[in-house]
Design a protein around this ligand. Sequence first.
Ligand code: NI
Length: 174
Amino acid sequence: MAVLPIVEIPDPRLRLISKPVATVDDATRALIADMTDTMYDAKGIGLAAIQVGVDLRVLVIDLQEREDEEGRPVRDPRAYVNPEVLEASEELSIYNEGCLSIPEQYADVERPARARVRWLDERGDAHEEWLEGLLATCMQHEIDHLNGVLFVDHISRLKRDMVLKKLAKLRRAA
Ligand code: NI
């Protein structure tokens, strides 16, 4: 297990269409373990494989919404291999989204409030479920990564320019 460097914009790899995983095997599970370590290290709630430079359709998500008695987030990482949105609600919801590939920038993004998603877990078992709330949003954000789409593609040009300007300023200061 290892913490991997995170690919940030404007790296062109973030625009690649990731390839389906043919067989969920030990190599897939090793990738999932590294991605999970990387997500926690970066204090993210989701990560797509392309964000560590691997163009495979693999995601990890842990919303870390529950806390223990000491107020520390309870970890419950989940892996999603070849995830697919089969159906989405007409009802939309808005979340203030961020992305580890666009550090410390946030914007309100509107997406379907619920989505029926199919995926394989780290053992290769198939699942299909209606997701809602933050999990639905996070899943759609991460699946976007597999298709070369970033959250800033969902906002107005004006807001996108603002986010990119703030990021450039942050990087100059660093
Ligand atoms: Ni992201």
